[in-house]
Structure formats: C-alpha cells, structure tokens
Write a protein that binds this ligand. Structure first.
Ligand SMILES: Nc1ncnc2c1ncn2[C@@H]1O[C@H](COP(=O)(O)OP(=O)(O)O)[C@@H](O)[C@H]1O
Ligand SMILES: [Mg+2]
Length: 384
C-alpha cells in the first residue's frame, strides 16, 4: 500500500494547498472521487472550481451546502462509498459564522453595515479563513469519514495558514482603531446620550469624506467589540484540527521553478508549524523516458536527414528530443527543490492532453497517483 493510499484510507481531513493554478481543485476532486470509489463516505469542499468541472460533477448552482453527488462508479457501478460535494460561498459562510458568534440583533447590525459587505467579500485572507470555518462546520456535522478541502486561488500558498491571524488582527484593528478613535468615541457616547461635540465631529468628517464610509467603518468596529476573543478561539480550534494526526496537507505544485520554490517553502513551513504533511503532488509533469540508443536524438536526426530520411524519422526524433529535454529539465528542477528533503513523499500526475473536466479524467488523475482501482478493497468503517 502506498503512502498516499494509506492517507486516503485513514485520514479524516485532507487539505490541498499550493500556488494558484497548479491543480489544487482538480487534485482535491480526484482524491475525493477515488476515496469514494474505494468505499469511504467523503465530501469535497471546492473553491471556485472550473465551470465545466463543477457542471460535470453536478455541483453547479450550489449554495454553500453539501450535496450528494450522483456519480456513476468506476466501470459503471455505483461507487462503493459516497461522494458529496459543495462549493464554498465565502459571504454566507461569514454570515453564518457571525450568527453563530453573537446575538441575532447584533448580527443584523453587522450585516446591514456596508463596510461589512466590503470586508466579507474582499478582505485579503477572508476566503482562506472561511474555508477553515467551513472545514470546522463539516467536521462538526460528523457525517463524513473524509473531508477533502480545496483552498482558494491565492498568490501564495502561505496565505492559507496565516489567514485567520490576519483577519483577526484586522478585526481587532489596533492600528485602524487608533485612527478611528474619535469616531469610536462618538459612536459609544451616541449610544448613551447624544454628545453634541462628537456628533458635530462625525458630521464634519462625513461631509469631508463625502460619504458615510468612516462612520460605517467606526460602527463596524464597534459592533465587533468584545468578539475578538471568540474569533481567536475559533481560529485556534481549527488550527488544532488541522494539526491533528488524522489530518494531512497535500502540497500541489507544478514542475516549474517558481511553483517548486513556493511548494518547498510551504513544506518547510508546515514542518515548523507542526502541521501534518502528507506529501507533494507534482502535477502536470512530462515523463519521457530515456531510450537505449537514443541518448543523442538531435544528432541522430541530423544523420537521418543527411541520409535522406528527413520526412518522417528526423522530425520524429526531434519531437522525442524536445519532450525528453522537457522531462530532463523538470526532473532537475524537482530534485533541486526537493532532493534534500528525502523524507517528503512525492507523487506525480502527468500533464493530460485535455483539461480535467469530468469524472473519467478525475479518475485518470487518481490512477496516476494510486494505480488502478483495487478490485475489492475492504470496506472502511461503517458504510451506508
Ligand atoms: N494533470 C493535468 N492535466 C491537464 N490539465 C490539468 C491537470 N491538472 C489540472 N489541469 C487543468 O488546469 C486548470 C487549473 O486547475 P485547477 O485545479 O483549477 O487549479 P487550481 O485549483 O490550483 O487553481 C484546470 O483547467 C484543470 O482542468
Ligand atoms: Mg482552484
């Protein structure tokens, strides 16, 4: 049994992280399909999946809630387990979190604040944070043996781990609160009794900025007062869940220098945060094997051409030469990045001819990671 098979069979949470565009969503879906085919009850929480992938999985138009996916199993049979899926909706996850944290009244106040709309949809880190909140929710529901979490298309893989702290820091807003102090004071006293001076100040400021933005911002922070500890506690419990032995991070990378550098950094960072690393998936590789006698295909092509075989043999040798060069270069880059991290498992997925947009292609990705689906895997845990 390979290391990845074990992870897929035993873990409760798998988080796919990595730089943007490398195949996190694809990998998350492929692992989930494979786990369901092997008999587990699994949910994949996707984030911004490509439209065609979402459609072919029947994920289109979902509103932040898990849905059982009606997938034909491998070889036309029903999967041995269950495949569930959802698309993360950042805004409603944020709303649900606020509702869970405070009274209905106060939540309504927050929802009505225009600045909240801005924060809940555009603040850097919010999406990552909400992915973690959702993960906690799914875990709490207790219905799934395995939860596969896709992560947002951030520029840096590191954003994922840092997101809750960033958002919490922001909401705590030490710096902003200092700037806004007069407004906060105005807001507070307004609640008690009308403070004429503060009112005047607020009015003047509002006139100056030409909008109510500052007042909204001040009210926003007022509404969050006293909730910071709750934020921190929630972030902490998700951290603990991620750090638990039944979780695994899978770092997805493509065999290009920048992506590899980032993946390496993330692997090390997971180590220093004591987060459980499953391994690295090298996606979209081009593995073209060396062929005995064809060590120098370019000069063979020249000779073929000189011998008058320029129509078929020479171009074929040149095509082989190009792909072989790509393969050698990728290998060199991968070992430059991971050669000294010998204990980090590395799995490869070839660059498929087409985008990975349907179940069959997802299963092909699964097979390149885990080999053909075993004929009869023992059913894990209680099914049904
Ligand atoms: N191994 C692969 N072969 C071919 N296309 C792939 C492969 N992996 C991913 N893709 C395609 O690359 C694009 C980006 O993949 P995606 O999983 O959405 O990346 P991410 O979630 O990291 O941004 C998608 O169109 C997907 O179908
Ligand atoms: Mg994605």
């Amino acid at each position: 049994m390979s290391e990845l098979s074990r992870i897929l069979a035993d873990r409760h949470i798998i988080v796919c992280v990595g730089p943007g565009g490398v195949g996190k969503t694809t990998t998350a879906a492929a692992l989930a399909v494979r786990a369901a085919d092997e008999g587990r009850r699994v949910i994949v929480c996707t984030i911004d999946p490509a439209r065609r992938l979402a459609q072919s999985l029947g994920l289109d138009g979902l509103d932040n809630t898990p849905k059982r996916l009606d997938v034909k199993g491998a070889h036309g049979r029903a999967p041995r387990g269950e495949l569930w899926g959802m698309m993360l909706d950042m805004k409603s996850t944020f709303d649900d979190m606020i509702l869970d944290m405070t009274s209905r009244d106060r939540a309504e106040k927050i929802f009505a604040n225009p600045f909240y709309h801005h924060i809940s949809s555009t603040l850097a880190g919010t999406q990552e944070y909400m992915a973690m909140e959702k993960l906690w929710e799914l875990h709490e529901e207790g219905r799934w043996e395995l939860i596969v979490l896709d992560t947002p298309p951030t520029r840096s893989a590191l954003d994922f781990l840092e997101a809750p702290r960033k958002v919490t820091d922001f909401l705590e807003g030490k710096f902003l609160r200092l700037l806004l102090w007069p407004y906060l004071q105005a807001g507070k006293t307004y609640l008690k009794a009308v403070n004429f001076g503060a009112q005047m100040f607020l009015k003047a400021a509002t006139r100056i900025t030409g909008s109510e933005l500052l007042a909204d911002v001040a009210n926003f922070f007022l509404a969050f007062e006293g909730m910071y500890d709750t934020f921190k506690e929630r972030a902490k419990r998700v951290y603990d869940l991620l750090a638990a032995r039944r979780s695994a991070f899978v770092v997805v990378a493509s065999p290009q220098e920048a992506s590899l550098r980032e993946a390496r950094y993330f692997v090390q960072r997971l180590g220093s945060e004591k987060m459980p690393l499953g391994g690295v998936i090298m996606n979209r590789t081009h593995d073209v094997p060396a062929v005995g006698g064809l060590e120098d295909p370019r000069s063979l092509a020249d000779r073929a051409r000189a011998a008058g075989d320029g129509a078929l043999l020479a171009p074929a040798l040149e095509v082989y030469a190009s792909w072989r060069e790509v393969s050698v270069r990728e290998d060199a880059q991968v070992s430059a990045a991971f050669g000294d991290l010998a204990d980090v498992p590395l799995w490869r997925v070839p660059d498929l001819a087409d985008d990975v947009h349907d179940l069959a292609a997802l299963r092909r990705v699964g097979e390149s990671l885990l080999g053909p689906l075993p004929k009869a895997t023992p059913k894990t845990a209680a099914g049904g």
